[in-house]
Design a protein around this ligand. Structure first.
Ligand code: ZN
Length: 491
């Protein structure tokens, strides 16, 4: 596939032509979940966005190493690096070992990602499995003179760093604003400045997640794992670093500062951020009563939901908006997505049954060109979908005999739909319960009965033909005769 891929780089605040550091290869790091609770709607958007990018780069022919981490230590309750560890807190409340909590929710996250058809990354490193690398990284920052020890903890010295670099380069914030916004927790902080952040925290006697270090027993600061693990698996320079916009500050800002302090330069060439999901116009939050887990969406068991929505409806809903636009989750929007997805899947099914004509009176190159241009333009998935909808209309006209398509054009059209709908957008047909579970039991049986019906019709055995049609109708499968052959759908 040819492409002139451009991506919006949050760091430079403009669209840039994508040129990988090593021809043919892409290194991509995306910040994954902190595994202390059920996966929720907020997890769906970054995972689908970067899955789209992963699938697209792969389709372009790149060999992609996609690293998405699991945060299972060090993400503290207040301002990310003060208070109790989120996983340790859940473990205390449920009387579990912290790693039981992390394992349980990691599994739940993976299952939710599977149902959204999000591909597994190439590597999924856990923070707790990379304590040695994180300690080494902290040492490099100390050696550079850009961190200090205070009461057994190590903090990043933002003032010292800011003399030669710019803390705030990604988020556009300056130190005065950050100082005003930073909450000072009285008597709890050993920091010199409230905007300094923890690279390593001393473990209090009751803190259970702890490891030995040159500075005593403790645990890494939240931001440290991403600098250490991206360097370990992708090298000191790599192509793409992604995550949700909510991670830009402080998390990614701190990652840039840490990597620059230790390595002398920022690691990532392109910083890509997806926008957030709001719910009925409001930010999602436990205190607002609009916190919806993915399981609640798939089963319809939350009070804000009028019905259950399938994983593919959620995926399609996310892809119908550009990843940098806001996206508001409402029953109306989800129901519209459900209808749209159904229309697209039916169109693809109709396409699979069309019989070619001698000649075409449609220009099939239009679809491939429009899809390729849209994806190359900063992953414009809504434009891809809109091009496919235009062609679903044409496909229906061909099926009704109002337009014609030649055999080579039909092959091309099928291959473009398959590439963009299934390989790149990552949609899958959930038409039947069997298919949702990964296997379609219904289609082969219906097709077999329809074959038998065709034979009955050819033999002018109208009684048999009608009986098959009526039995299918009684089972909720409607048969629609077309010019040559027939279509069927589940009602
Ligand atoms: Zn991260």
């Amino acid at each position: 596939m040819d492409s002139e891929l451009t991506l919006y780089n949050t760091l430079t605040r403009r669209k840039e032509r994508f040129e990988p550091l090593t021809p043919g290869r892409v290194g991509m790091y995306v910040c994954g979940p902190t595994v202390y609770g059920d996966p929720h709607l907020g997890h769906a958007r970054p995972s689908v966005t970067f899955d789209l990018l992963f699938r697209y780069l792969t389709a372009l022919g790149y060999k992609v190493r996609y690293v998405r981490n699991i945060t299972d230590v060090g993400h503290l309750e207040h301002d990310a690096d003060e208070g109790e560890d989120k996983i340790a807190k859940k473990a205390r409340l449920e009387q579990l070992e912290p790693m039981e909590v992390a394992h349980y929710y990691t599994e739940r996250y993976r299952r939710a990602m599977d149902s959204l058809n999000v591909k597994s990354p190439s590597i999924e490193p856990h923070a707790s499995g990379h304590i040695i690398e994180q300690i080494e990284f902290v040492k490099r920052i100390l050696d550079a003179g850009l961190a200090y020890e205070s009461n057994g903890s190590i903090y990043f010295d933002v003032d010292a760093y800011n003399r030669s670099h710019r803390y705030g380069i990604l988020s556009g914030r300056n130190l005065d604003d950050i100082l005003t916004d930073t909450r000072e927790l009285d008597g709890q902080s050993d920091k010199r400045k409230s905007y300094d952040f923890a690279l390593w925290k001393k473990a209090s006697p009751e803190h259970i997640m702890r490891w030995p270090s040159p500075w005593g027993d403790g645990f890494p600061g939240w931001h440290m794992e991403c600098s250490a693990m991206s360097t370990k698996y992708l090298g000191e320079r790599f192509d793409i670093h992604g995550g949700g916009m909510d991670l830009m500050f402080p998390h990614h800002e701190c990652e840039i500062a840490q990597s620059t302090a230790a390595l002398g330069h920022d690691s990532a060439k392109y910083w890509i951020h997806n926008n957030m999901i709001t719910i009925n116009g409001k930010k999602m939050g436990k205190s607002l009563g609009n916190f919806i887990t993915l399981e609640e969406v798939f089963t319809g068991s939350h009070k804000l939901l009028a019905q259950a929505y399938t994983p593919m409806t959620v995926r399609f809903f996310i892809l119908q908006a550009h990843y940098r636009s806001t996206l508001d989750f409402s029953n109306e929007a989800l129901q519209a997505a459900e209808k749209g997805l159904d229309r697209l899947m039916k169109g693809i099914e109709t396409l699979s049954k069309i019989k070619p004509s001698e000649q075409s009176d449609v220009d099939v190159s239009d679809l491939r060109r429009r899809c390729a241009e849209a994806m190359a333009d900063d992953l414009n998935s809504p434009m891809v979908i809109s091009a496919m909808f235009d062609w679903v209309r044409i496909v229906n006209q061909i099926a009704d005999g109002r337009q014609h398509i030649s055999a080579p054009d039909l092959d091309e059209l099928r291959s473009v739909f398959s590439l963009y709908a299934f390989d790149i957008l990552g949609l899958r047909d959930e038409k039947t319960a069997g298919m949702a579970a990964g296997k379609d039991y219904v289609t082969p049986l219906v097709e077999l009965l329809l074959d038998m019906r065709m034979q009955a019709k050819a033999a002018k055995d109208w009684a048999a033909s009608d009986k098959i049609r009526d039995s299918l109708a009684a089972a909720g499968i409607r048969v629609k005769d077309r010019k040559d052959g027939c279509d069927w759908e589940i009602e």
